[in-house]
Design a binder for this molecule. Structure first.
Ligand SMILES: *Cc1c(COP(=O)(O)O)cnc(C)c1O
Length: 414
């Protein structure tokens, strides 16, 4: 079978948006439009369903019509039609060529690194990464796959990144703004540094989302996403994705997703598609609310430090202003009294829920030093700015005055 034909058959659900919609005069569809339409149109290739809402296709196998015609997908472990719509939408929102989903954001990271690196290779990153990412980098990959992870000394300095890159570096991995300290890394500068040495840059865009930050437009080659957080936005979905060049995405799909499993289920993909419709609206409101809450915390005498890229005191505020549309919905702050001090405040919160996730429409707080980043050594936590008194706060869509009132009474609480 000629390659073009195989390619075409592989992707009957990767709906060609431009062919289906009458494009605006300049031929470009805006972000908000793509959040609603990318990957699916009711009169498009999924036409037989004629469903206004993208259909859920929970079938785990896809019949052959003729012996020699291999269907795509052939089996639910590779892809499902609902999943393909979600992948097309995420690729469109990030401005990437292609996308492959995974059972979680952590799984997506694993699939990416497992695909790119062989024993003896290395990945360059910093300590400003989410907890499971750090655990994969510090233990799983080095100990079990002999892939080394190098944590740069000063992630604000491009030379510091350059120093760690060598001939065996397969990936540079930046998380910005980082979870939980909201450290902002200069995507364009690190992209230049990596590209000068022929290494691709991956940016984890989970905290900002494509609604607020477009890493690929700034030079990133690959975007990592946890769909679990702001993208789905209400703690109903666990999912992840890698957006990147078609050949890499297909390599991940055929060599990890297909052979190892751990796929995102059609129902989860379907929920994510519906929630993505409101992503731009939600991120705008999350940001406005977080700005209000951060302003309150920054003035409070019992708060030692607030990490939020929208505050005047944030060391990379100007950079955040250049590479983000708004500072986002997550912040963290340090209270007096270390772990006990944080526990006292968190136990006094009445509206804000103590739970392990972020990006939900309802506000959530969490204690990184004992929960997500407990595997780091105390020195590493200190270097990453994860104090014992640090509380991560995901600011939801409540009335900001109610969130401020809850924090105020909790900070006063005995
Ligand atoms: C939570 C998180 C992930 C992992 O996502 P899961 O879906 O929970 O596995 C990846 N990156 C960042 C920045 C995160 O905060």
């Amino acid at each position: 079978m000629p390659d073009e034909e195989r390619f075409f058959m592989r992707r009957p659900w990767a709906y060609d948006l431009e062919a289906a919609l009458v494009p605006p005069p300049d031929g470009y569809l805006g972000f908000d439009t793509r959040a609603l339409h990318a990957g699916y149109h009711p009169q498009g290739e999924l036409g037989p369903f004629r469903s206004f809402v993208p259909p859920i296709t929970p079938s785990m196998t896809y019949p052959y019509r003729r012996f020699e015609e291999v269907p795509y997908p052939v089996y639910g472990r590779t892809q499902t039609p609902t999943n393909a719509v979600l992948e097309a939408r995420l690729a469109s929102l990030e401005g990437g060529q292609a996308c492959v989903t995974a059972a979680s954001g952590s799984q997506a990271l694993f699939n990416l690194i497992f695909t790119l690196a062989r024993p003896g290779d290395n990945v360059v990153t910093s300590l400003h990464t989410f907890g499971e990412g750090y655990k994969q980098a510090a233990t799983i990959f080095p100990e079990r796959c002999h892939v080394e992870f190098r944590f740069v000394q000063d992630p604000a300095d491009p030379d510091s990144w350059a120093k760690e890159i060598d001939g065996r570096t397969k990936l540079v991995w930046v998380e910005t703004p980082s979870n939980p300290t909201l450290f902002v890394t200069d995507i364009g500068a690190v992209a230049q540094t990596a590209h000068a040495r022929g290494v691709p840059l991956m940016v984890d865009n989970t905290t900002a989302t494509a609604a607020l930050q477009q890493p690929m437009a700034l030079g990133a080659d690959i975007v990592l996403l946890s769909i679990t957080k702001f993208l789905a936005g209400n703690a109903t979905v666990l999912g992840g994705a890698v957006v990147g060049p078609e050949d890499l995405v297909e390599d991940i799909r055929w060599n990890t997703t297909e052979f190892v499993g751990a796929v995102m289920q059609p129902f989860e993909s379907w929920l994510a598609l519906l929630f993505l419709e409101t992503l731009p609206l939600r991120m705008e409101r999350h940001s406005a609310n977080a700005q209000a809450v951060a302003g309150f915390l920054a003035e409070h005498p019992k708060v030692l430090r607030v990490n939020y890229p929208g505050l005047a005191g944030h060391p990379q505020r100007a950079l955040a202003g250049r590479q983000m549309k708004a500072p986002g919905g997550m912040l963290s702050f340090v209270v007096e009294g270390g772990i006990e001090g944080a526990a006292r405040v968190m136990d006094h919160l009445q509206l804000i829920v103590h739970a392990v996730t972020f990006g939900t429409s309802r506000s959530i707080c969490m204690h990184p030093a004992t929960i997500t980043h407990e595997h780091m050594t105390p020195d590493e936590r200190a270097e990453a700015g994860i104090d014992d008194g640090l509380i991560r706060l995901s600011v939801g869509l409540e009335d900001p005055a109610d969130l401020v009132a809850d924090l105020e009474q909790a900070l006063e609480g005995e």
